[in-house]
Design a protein around this ligand. Structure first.
Ligand code: FPP
Length: 255
């Protein structure tokens, strides 16, 4: 990469045709640590640092939303020490964010059932929500999926809608896809055009099941802590070359 090959250096990305919303399954932290004979916690620490790096990069590129999978409804099955370590990293990140997000003009939003989290974490989420609300809608927004599951999100939305039907406030036959989306954690967000999965696994892992219906899916063997700006440039270049048909025909096929 560089002047010899004619490729652009990371950070000199052509900003046309970029997605508005990028979603990332931050996978591979454990393997990253294992390869260095480090504990898994070191991998998550490197993963959290990388979230900061990639969020900053997305913001600089003019991408509007970055949504990451930090902790799934299934991740509670991991050893309590690992779960506690991830929660501590989130706490640390939020304490720092309260200080810096207004200055850096970064809004944060949490998607998932945060009601079961520890008190301090919940208070920090309330605090970052307050700061985010004061920042304009033109600011970059990072969405952190925490105690999030795609199926859980859809079931909760269905329950909320059913309750309104039972109360006589809504009519089942009047529900549209756009209406239903307003019951999801992601209400108001555009769907991600690009879903990135580092770590090489070819699955969606219960992430944004509704929202990724037409997302372009980019999988790379690079592990999340190693997924740097140059790796992001590659994913974005790949995305730009995609022919997005949404079940229809491409311009070429129409002729
Ligand atoms: C998946 O890698 C990663 C997770 C389950 C945790 C991700 C959490 C963080 C990066 C920390 C907190 C985040 C923020 C936003 C500050 P894995 O452990 O399944 O990796 P493996 O497949 O290599 O074992």
């Amino acid at each position: 990469m560089g002047w010899l090959t004619g490729e652009k250096q990371a950070g000199q990305m052509d900003k046309t045709g970029l997605p508005r919303h990028v979603a990332v399954i931050m996978d591979g932290n454990g393997r990253w640590a294992q390869r260095r004979a480090l504990p898994r916690s070191a991998g998550h620490r490197a993963g959290a640092e990388n979230f900061r790096r990639i969020a900053t990069y997305c913001k600089d590129l003019g991408i509007e939303y970055l949504t990451v999978y930090a902790f799934s409804t299934e991740n509670w099955k991991r050893p309590s020490e690992e779960v506690g370590g991830i929660m501590s990293l989130l706490r640390k990140y939020l304490i720092e964010s309260v200080e810096t997000m207004a200055r850096d003009r970064i809004r944060l939003r949490f998607l998932g059932d945060t009601s079961v989290l520890g008190g301090e974490l919940r208070e920090l989420i309330v605090r970052t929500d307050e700061i985010s609300a004061k920042l304009g809608a033109d600011c970059f927004q990072a969405n952190i999926c925490l105690n999030y599951g795609g199926r859980d999100e859809i079931v909760r939305a269905a329950r909320a809608f059913a309750a309104q039907c039972a109360a006589g406030e809504k009519q089942p036959q009047e529900l549209t896809e756009a209406d239903f989306a307003r019951y999801l954690y992601s209400a108001g967000l555009p769907d991600p055009e690009l879903l990135i999965r580092p770590g090489g696994e070819l699955r969606i892992s219960n992430f944004l099941l509704w929202q990724c219906a037409y997302s372009e899916i980019y999988v790379t063997d690079t592990l999340w802590p190693d997924f740097d700006e140059a790796a992001m440039d590659q994913a974005l270049s790949w995305y730009r070359a995609r022919d997005r048909r949404f079940g229809g025909l491409s311009k070429k096929q129409e002729r």
